[in-house]
Design a protein around this ligand. Structure first.
Ligand code: PLP
Length: 457
């Protein structure tokens, strides 16, 4: 008999978690204004708010923490991190930042001015925030298939080359760069194929535009290329990563995802011009160029995490767990963005809560219901997160409205996945009784979903 699949690691340290009662949760979520970001973590049983900075570090990473060099300038920890980044990406210039959005802030301060257009594939909310706060426009060129959650497409995160070309032809004098997010978080943790990256590069070259990768989950993207794209089965993850980055001029990185650390980020590039400019803003916003918001010990852990997570076994363990949860949801007929993404399952909320109108935010309503059901905290990636149109100030209802269940790396077991699946099934079974959603009582001008106050209708 063939042996079943199992994790490529064993557990050395644990952290207790606590269940609660429904009446406790009713009180807590009301106090949190029906916004799960405002819950206390101790009020949560299984926390799927994000896979960002919530992973478990390895024994090697913890050993690296002890060996951190905390020198202000030229720390060996920085040099180890820089060498690892250069080895994996081929980019020679590396600037640390405290997290991904800080890398965006520093680099975009150099590259974006008011009135610019930035084409890409479903810009992540902080990326969009850093574009729009500079009075520039994020142009979404994701393939249309990504909007149909039930369509099984292997690289649903891809850029539509036609949309990109139209945007470049129309606005080329106002486009500082093209951005590709790997994997495409907003479209459901969906990968971008190597063929697509190559094509984007070709189109960008035609218009003499640089290409930037938002690389938070580049290793997961490489895993999908190995598994799904012809010609890559026999290549190692590190070889695939190296090729991916040949199609970019630089990257911003939230190291809290695929570098397996709890905090950290960086910019890496082959462009001396970008680096020279980013250094200046990096010093202003983040700190000196060899630490930029990170401590030496964290840079050590980041270097080791990057090395570990660009190995096949680590990625296979992770992505198979997400697939396991997807299989359980399939058993119950719960609709989610298909196929399962790399870091999360994205439940198609309007297909579940068919009676809740879009103006009452179905995905946010489902997020609240799942919390009430079992103390599981997912997050809305939908109409609230989409913010208002910067010009018309209307809500943007054009995209998907999803409940994201992000799976932290190396944290939960498949027993937890079973609890999540059954809790969601219980909500799914009583979906026809849920007819009203939530309304906004207070919201921030941009990135409102973090702090929005809601009322239950
Ligand atoms: C695709 C993508 N880009 C950028 C970011 C921003 O990174 P950070 O949270 O480290 O600021 C995230 C974080 O969730 C992300 O998923």
């Amino acid at each position: 008999m063939e042996l079943p699949f199992a994790e490529s690691w064993k557990i050395k340290m644990i952290e207790p978690i606590r269940k609660s009662t429904r009446s406790e949760r009713e009180k807590w979520i009301k106090e949190a204004n029906y916004n799960v970001f405002q819950l206390k973590a101790e009020q949560v049983y299984i926390d799927l708010l994000t896979d960002s900075g919530t992973g478990a570090m390895s024994d090697r990473q913890w050993a690296g923490i002890m060996l951190g060099d905390e020198s202000y300038a030229g720390a060996t920890s920085f040099l180890k991190m820089k060498d690892m980044i250069t080895k994996i990406t081929g980019f020679d210039y590396v600037l640390p930042t405290h997290q991904g959005r800080a890398a965006e802030n520093v680099l975009f301060s150099c590259l974006i001015k008011a009135g610019d257009f930035i084409p890409g594939n479903s810009h992540f909310d902080t990326t969009k925030g850093h574009i729009e706060s500079r009075k520039a426009f994020a142009i979404d060129c994701t393939i249309d298939e990504a909007k149909d959650t039930q369509l099984e497409v292997p690289f649903k995160g891809n850029v539509d080359p036609k949309k990109l070309e139209i945007c470049l032809a129309e606005h080329h004098d106002k486009i500082p760069f093209v951005i590709v997010t790997i994997t495409n978080n907003t479209a459901g943790g969906q990968p971008v194929s190597m063929e697509n990256l190559r094509e984007v590069r070709k189109i960008a070259n035609k218009y003499k535009k640089p290409v930037l990768f938002d690389s938070a989950r580049f290793a997961e993207n490489a895993y999908f290329i190995k598994i799904r794209e012809k010609g890559y089965q026999n290549k190692s993850i590190k070889e695939i990563c190296k090729e991916m980055f040949t199609y970019a001029d630089g990257m911003t990185m939230s190291a809290k995802k695929d570098a397996l650390v709890n905090m950290g980020g960086f910019i890496a590039t082959r462009s001396q011009e970008w680096y020279d400019c980013a250094k200046v803003f990096g010093i202003v916003y983040e700190g000196y160029i060899t630490y930029g918001g990170m401590s030496g010990r964290d840079m050590n852990a980041l270097a080791i995490g990057l090395d570990e997570n660009t190995e096949f076994d680590m990625l296979e363990t992770r992505i198979k767990q997400v697939e396991y949860l997807a299989q359980r949801l399939d058993e119950f007929g719960i609709p989610y963005q298909r196929p399962a993404g790399g870091h999360a399952i994205f439940v198609d909320a309007p297909k579940v809560l068919t009676y809740v109108p879009k103006e009452e935010f179905p995905a946010q309503t489902l997020t609240v219901e799942l919390y009430l059901e079992a103390g599981i905290r997912g997050v809305e990636i939908g109409y609230l997160l989409a913010d208002r149109d910067p010009v018309t100030r209307e809500n943007r209802f054009g995209g998907l409205d999803l409940l994201r269940l992000a799976i932290p790396r190396r944290v939960y077991t498949n027993n937890h996945m079973d609890v999540i699946a059954v809790a969601l099934k219980n909500v799914f079974d009583r979906r026809e009784t849920i007819t009203r959603g939530v309304k906004i009582a207070w919201e921030a001008e941009i990135m409102r979903h973090f702090t929005v106050k809601l009322q239950r209708l």
